[in-house]
Design a protein around this ligand. Structure first.
Ligand SMILES: Nc1ncnc2c1ncn2[C@@H]1O[C@H](COP(=O)(O)OP(=O)(O)OP(=O)(O)O)[C@@H](O)[C@H]1O
Ligand SMILES: [Mg+2]
Length: 383
C-alpha cells in the first residue's frame, strides 16, 4: 500500500537498498551516525525499518515531542529498564518507591546496586532536589551501564536531535558529549531535519559534536525501485496504467512523501470511481490533490523564506530558471548558502543549486494567482 503521513516500515517500506546497506554497515559496527535530510525524506522510516529488520536492541526517542529534559530523561530510563525486564519504572516509582524496591530486588536480572542508584536518583528528582540536566545525563549514562551489564550493544536513536536546543541551554551539547564519548556499548544515531542546526552541531569545529558521528545525507528514493514497487502493486490490484504514471514518478524526483501521497491519491481515485485503468488525467488530478494537501505546510515555508532579505527573490528565480539581475554576486552567494543551511536548496556536483522540495518549486512556478485559487496547477516540464 502507499502510505503518507506516518513513518512507514515493514512491507510498506520501499527498499532503499543502497542506503539500507550503507547505514546498516555503520550501525552494525557500532559507528555513531548523523543522518540529515530535508523534511519528509524518510529519516524516521529508515531508522525504524532498519531496527525492525535486524532486530537490534534499540531505544528511540523523538526530541520534538519532549516538553522538557526531565520528561525525556524519564522516557529514556523507562526504555533502559525494559532491557532488564522492568516495564514502566517511572510510573512505579511515582506510585511507591518501597514497592518498587521490593519488586526490583526479586525480579531484577542485573546488579541491585544499579537499581539502588536509579531509585535514589528518582527519589531526588521527585523531591526536586536534582537539576534536570543532571537527571538527563544520568538517564543517558544508565543506558550504557545497562548495556554493559547485559553485554549487549544498544542502538540509541535521537530523532529531531536539533530540538534539544529548544528544551535546554546550548551547554547541553558539551555536557552530553562528555558523557557519551565514554560509551562503548551504545551506538548513537542522530536524526535531524533542520540542516543548518544539524550542521552547526556536527560539522562546526567549535562544536563538541564535531567528528563525533559519521555524517550521512539521505537522498530521495531510488526512482527505479519506486517504479518496481508501483508496478508490482498495480499489477496485483489488476489495475492497468498509462505510462504517464511513470513520468509523474520521474517528475517527483524520488521525494518519498510527495510520491507516496500522489500514488495514494491515484489509487483512491481509481477505487472511488471503480475503474481499472489509470489515465493521464487521473495522474494530473492526483498530483494536484497531493499538492493542495501539502499547501499549508508550503505556505509556512514560504513565510519563513520571506522573513529573510532576498531569500524569496533568489529561490523564485531558481525555481523559474531565471537570472536574478537585481542582486550582486556576493549577496547572491550568501543567500544561496543561507537557503542551503535552511535545507531548501542543495548543490549539484557541477556546482549549480536546485530546490529540494519539488512541490515548493512547483508552487513558486505558478504565475497566475487566480488559477491557483481555482486549483489549476501548471506542472512545467511534466510530459
Ligand atoms: N522507504 C520508504 N518507502 C515508502 N514510503 C516512504 C519511505 N520513506 C518515506 N516514505 C514516505 O514519506 C513519508 C515521510 O517519512 P518519514 O516520516 O520517515 O520522514 P522524515 O524525514 O522522518 O520526516 P520529518 O521531517 O517530518 O520527521 C512517509 O509517511 C511515507 O509516506
Ligand atoms: Mg521524522
Amino acid at each position: 500500500m502507499f502510505h503518507s503521513g506516518m513513518p512507514v516500515y515493514g512491507s510498506d517500506f520501499i527498499d532503499r537498498k543502497q542506503h539500507l546497506a550503507k547505514f546498516n554497515t555503520f550501525i552494525k559496527n557500532n559507528q555513531h551516525i548523523m543522518i540529515k535530510a530535508p523534511r519528509r525524506y524518510g529519516k524516521t522510516s529508515l531508522v525504524v525499518h532498519l531496527f525492525e529488520l535486524h532486530q537490534y536492541n534499540k531505544i528511540y526517542v523523538d526530541i520534538k515531542r519532549a516538553t522538557s529534559l526531565q520528561s525525556l530523561a524519564e522516557q529514556i530510563i523507562n526504555e533502559a529498564y525494559k532491557f532488564v525486564g522492568v516495564e514502566g519504572i517511572i510510573q512505579k516509582a511515582k506510585e511507591s518507591i518501597s514497592h518498587l524496591f521490593k519488586q526490583l530486588k526479586t525480579t531484577l536480572t542485573i546488579d541491585i546496586t544499579v537499581a539502588e542508584l536509579t531509585i535514589e536518583t528518582l527519589e531526588k528528582n521527585e523531591k526536586q532536589l536534582l537539576d534536570e540536566v543532571e537527571f538527563f545525563l544520568y538517564a543517558v549514562d544508565l543506558v550504557e551501564i545497562i548495556a554493559k551489564k547485559q553485554n549487549i550493544n544498544i542502538k540509541f536513536a535521537f530523532d529531531e536531535f536539533q530540538d534539544i536546543l529548544n528544551i535546554a541551554d546550548k551547554k547541553i551539547l558539551d555536557q552530553l558529549r562528555s558523557v557519551i564519548q565514554h560509551h562503548r556499548n551504545v551506538t548513537y544515531i542522530f536524526l535531524g531535519s533542520i540542516e543548518s542546526v544539524m550542521n552547526k552541531i556536527f560539522s562546526s569545529k567549535a562544536s563538541p559534536f564535531f567528528h563525533f558521528a559519521r555524517i550521512i545525507a539521505l537522498d530521495g528514493l531510488n526512482i527505479e525501485e519506486l517504479k518496481v514497487f508501483c508496478e508490482e502493486f498495480f499489477v496485483k490490484q489488476q489495475i492497468s496504467y498509462d505510462q504517464f504514471l511513470f513520468s509523474v514518478i520521474d517528475y517527483l524526483e524520488g521525494h518519498p512523501f510527495y510520491t507516496m501521497k500522489t500514488l495514494q491519491s491515484v489509487y483512491y481515485k481509481v477505487l472511488e470511481e471503480d475503474k481499472d485503468t489509470i489515465q493521464k488525467d487521473d495522474c494530473i488530478e492526483a498530483l494536484t490533490i497531493a499538492l493542495f494537501e501539502t499547501k499549508s505546510y508550503l505556505d509556512e515555508v514560504l513565510e519563513k523564506i520571506k522573513q529573510k532579505k532576498h531569500h524569496h527573490s533568489v529561490i523564485w528565480h531558481l525555481a523559474n530558471g531565471k537570472k536574478n539581475k537585481t542582486i550582486d554576486s556576493p549577496t547572491l552567494y550568501k543567500t544561496y548558502k543561507s537557503l542551503e543551511d535552511m535545507g531548501y536548496i542543495k548543490k549539484r556536483e557541477r556546482g549549480e543549486y536546485y530546490i529540494t522540495d519539488i512541490f515548493l518549486k512547483i508552487l513558486l512556478q505558478q504565475n497566475s494567482d487566480i488559477a491557483l485559487i481555482e486549483e489549476k496547477i501548471e506542472f512545467s516540464g511534466l510530459v
